[in-house]
Design a protein around this ligand. Structure first.
Ligand SMILES: C[S@@+](CC[C@H](N)C(=O)[O-])C[C@H]1O[C@@H](n2cnc3c(N)ncnc32)[C@H](O)[C@@H]1O
Length: 302
């Protein structure tokens, strides 16, 4: 196993730099062990596994500060356990393309950043200058943060969870963004409700990010399912896009193929009576060499 981990590290050495200290070191089937995943967060290793916890010592030539283990289980979402190093240092700062993010290895099932969206974050930053950016299902507001750093005129982050939005604000502050004076809005609640409100008030955006979970349970509307409801989601978003604006639509539901997803996107945009100028799939970041579960499409609207 350690030989495979070392080979995986050698392949990814180029990602580590002064600007980026976090990446996926080992990606399951892509690196030869189907149920083993290792993420590195600024020198702290998080080993995730599906069924059997690895029993052998995990080593490679990359040194580490601590070692954490997490069982991947969609129903029993337990926090990671520290097995080497100081468990009190679970809250850390990481760097990705020179942007700082707060990561928490200690509490909860998710750590505060999804490393598989690194390339999309870079692209959002490059496309945000001078426009208003809306980030739906924002979680800890990583996309909003890069939009702000990319000179967006304003950013609007929507999430059901107030604590994730607060985490997002701390991410902004960590990067020296003045939340008292700049135009950054943090909206708590259901994305569909907010999109309807924005439409009523004629609020328009130059860029919209849609990165929902596969399923979510929401108040009056019941359940959101990426498989069934993505068309109506993208349709609501398309109503709010300025001429020449863009939508980033991501879907990590394994049950939705790339073809099915593009179909849902084109139907949704058509239903909003908007035209697609270009639609391009962005491949997953190179350190995610295993299953291509994340489907990300960049759509330019006429
Ligand atoms: C997969 S995460 C999004 C990751 C995020 N886009 C990023 O790149 O960091 C899903 C987020 O959607 C939020 N969420 C789920 N259903 C929602 C809804 N109906 N309206 C608003 N937020 C929702 C959850 O609280 C969670 O923070």
């Amino acid at each position: 196993m350690n030989k495979q981990i070392n080979t995986a590290f050698i392949k990814r050495k180029g990602i580590l730099s002064k600007e980026t200290d976090s990446f996926r070191l080992f990606d399951g089937v892509g690196d030869g062990i189907a149920d083993l995943f290792i993420d590195v967060f600024a020198g702290h290793w998080l080993v995730s596994y599906l069924d059997e916890k690895p029993v052998d010592a995990i080593e490679c030539e990359l040194p580490r500060k601590s070692l954490w283990f997490k069982k991947l289980d969609k129903t029993e979402k337990e926090s990671a356990q520290c097995e080497e190093g100081d468990p009190a240092i679970g809250r850390i700062k990481i760097k990705e393309n020179n942007v700082k993010y707060l990561v928490d290895l200690e509490i909860g099932y998710s750590q505060g950043i999804f490393l598989d969206q690194r390339d999309n974050r870079l692209e959002v930053r490059a496309r945000s200058s001078g426009i208003r950016v809306l980030n739906c299902f924002s979680y800890t507001c990583a996309f909003s943060l890069v939009a702000a750093l990319g000179s967006a005129v304003s950013t609007t982050s929507i999430d059901l969870s107030n604590s994730y939005l607060q985490w997002g604000k701390r991410n902004f502050q960590l990067n020296g963004i003045d939340l008292d004076h700049d135009d950054h809005y943090f909206c708590r609640g259901d994305v569909f409700e907010w999109l309807r409100q924005f439409r009523k008030k004629d609020r328009m955006f130059g860029g919209i990010i849609l990165d929902p979970p596969s399923f979510s349970r929401v108040g009056r509307r019941g359940v959101f399912s990426a498989e069934k409801d993505y068309s109506s989601l993208v349709s609501e978003a398309a109503h709010l896009i300025e001429q020449g604006g863009w939508i980033l639509a991501s879907c990590n539901h394994r049950g939705v193929s790339s073809e099915k997803f593009v179909n849902a996107l084109t139907i949704g945009i058509d239903n909003a009576r908007r035209n697609i100028k270009t639609i391009d799939r962005k491949p997953m970041a190179s350190d995610f060499s295993g299953e291509e579960y994340l489907k990300s499409f960049w759509i330019e609207i006429e």
